[in-house]
Ligand binder design. Structure first.
Ligand SMILES: Nc1ncnc2c1ncn2[C@@H]1O[C@H](COP(=O)(O)OP(=O)(O)O)[C@@H](O)[C@H]1O
Ligand SMILES: [Mg+2]
Length: 455
């Protein structure tokens, strides 16, 4: 049987089940039949998809489809045996009239023996994981689109370095955990590290190298880490990079002793490898902002709060609430769908207002309701701002409407150049505290927070 005959045969089997192969799967089938390596076969695909997608999705899906129709497990190296076996069985049965009938599935003794002897296919490698403080993945509301976008970036568009940034409490950590949970099966190694108490860069590198080398190597050398990222398929999540970034100045500076993280980000953003790195942070690091534009491998997702529907599901899941239709909307908008803030509100409404949201909102008309935990989280974000950033934030809150750069210049108490204002706006955008392009306004939850502060 040659590759074309075999392909024709399996396509017939598939079509009996109402299934068909796509072009990439046909190319892979023929290449594998002829014993070529995955890389060689991939070259024939003329960049119609990324290599990782080809390797991690196209291949496994094809082997699964074939295993289903042939009746035994098929893999790249165990392809000819099962297909030829199925063909012989089919010939003996003279093409059964009832292909969907279980009994008509080709499965002869030779294949069974080979399967048991482990001759025909490789078992998938078990995933090695090291999870540190990765949170449990609870019910996650309203993040389907974000997850879909991230998966597409990771597998289809070949982005290697992904940054999820957004103000505290938006759900970055939980989104990264959910993402990892869903995609880790496509990798051989998965490591999650929280940077809440940030390790020195060398400690982090040593930790990663030790894990990827299965404990056989200890090195603080970045090139060794890149070696493993290139040669193995690893998923790395670094959660909470803000801890190494410095406050009190515009976005982008590093805490003392952590300056080398800047070089680290540049290296992992510019080097080509098959692994994937996901970093969450309150603000988009300047290195990532720079590479994002010019480098196809780097992608940053600004995570927004939950939409109205998801905020409603989130709140209802926290307890039984009586609530008029418009009330959900007011709460979701006022707190910018921030799950951390919403959770505190849910607790307060349940404990203080007996679950009556309308009553809670009536009280809210007389002031703001920001509870302690979200306040202290936002305090930490606010305290990072430089003096000029704070002055501009105050301008935006008193302006009530989105302001242009000339309007901001006019309302600042001290003279500042237009270039300086532009720099600060860029910094505030990267810190996700303001929104807009020609006209800028403060992020809703921040408005609530600043109003609360100035009471
Ligand atoms: N989409 C969501 N669905 C359910 N709970 C969420 C969602 N997003 C966040 N949370 C919860 O809100 C809290 C804050 O989320 P977290 O991921 O820690 O925020 P961040 O990392 O952005 O500061 C956590 O308790 C988390 O479980
Ligand atoms: Mg977090």
């Amino acid at each position: 049987m040659n590759a074309d005959e075999a392909l024709k045969f399996v396509e017939e089997l598939l079509s009996e089940k109402g299934k068909r192969l796509n072009d990439l799967q046909r190319i892979l089938f023929k290449g594998a039949w002829n014993g070529r390596t995955t890389k060689e076969i991939y070259r024939e695909c003329a960049n119609r998809c990324g290599f990782d997608h080809f390797n991690q999705n196209v291949g496994p899906e094809l082997w699964k489809l074939l295993s289903d129709v042939v009746g035994v497990k098929v893999s790249k190296r165990g392809l000819q045996g099962p297909v030829e076996g199925a063909w012989e069985t089919r010939s003996q049965h003279k093409w059964s009239d009832s292909p969907n009938d279980e009994e008509s599935l080709p499965f002869d003794g030779y294949l069974k023996d080979a399967l048991e002897a482990g001759l025909l296919w490789d078992e998938p490698k078990p995933l090695r994981e090291s999870l540190d403080k990765m949170p449990e993945v609870p019910l996650v509301f309203g993040r389907d689109k974000d997850l879909e976008q991230l998966q597409e970036r990771i597998f289809l568009n070949n982005y290697r370095l992904i940054n999820v940034f957004g103000i505290p409490g938006t759900g970055k950590t939980i989104l990264a955990a959910k993402l990892a949970h869903e995609v880790k099966k496509h990798f051989d190694y998965f490591i999650w590290r929280s940077l809440e108490r940030p390790p020195a860069l060398q400690t982090l590198i040593a930790d990663l190298v030790q894990f990827f080398s299965n404990g056989t190597e200890t090195s603080t050398d970045l090139s060794r880490l890149l070696h493993y990222l290139r040669n193995q398929s690893c998923l790395v999540v670094l959660d909470g990079l803000e801890s190494v970034l410095r406050g009190g100045v515009h976005n982008g500076a590093y805490q003392e002793g952590y300056e080398d993280y800047s070089e680290f980000l540049k290296e992992i953003g510019q080097t080509a490898y098959q692994s994937r790195i996901v970093i969450t942070s309150w603000e988009k690091p300047k290195e990532i902002a720079r590479m994002e534009g010019e480098n196809q491998g780097v992608f940053a997702l600004k995570l927004e709060g939950l939409g109205e529907l998801a905020a409603r599901e989130f709140l209802t899941a926290k307890g039984a609430f009586s609530c008029a239709e418009g009330d959900w909307r007011s709460i979701a908008r006022r707190y910018a769908g921030n799950p951390f803030a919403l959770n505190e509100i849910a607790t307060n409404v349940r404990e203080v207002f007996g679950g009556d949201v309308t009553n809670f909102l009536e009280q809210l008309q007389h002031g703001t309701a920001l509870f302690e935990d979200i306040r202290s989280l936002l305090d930490r974000q606010f305290n990072r701002l430089s003096d000029l950033e704070r002055a501009i934030v105050e301008c935006l809150v008193t302006g009530h409407e989105p302001l242009t750069i000339p309007e901001i210049l006019q309302s600042l108490p001290c003279p500042v150049s237009s270039v300086e204002v532009q720099e600060v706006l860029q910094s505030l955008l990267r810190r996700s505290l303001i929104e807009g392009s020609a006209r800028y306004s403060l992020q809703t939850l921040m408005t609530e927070y600043i109003t609360y502060r100035s009471r």
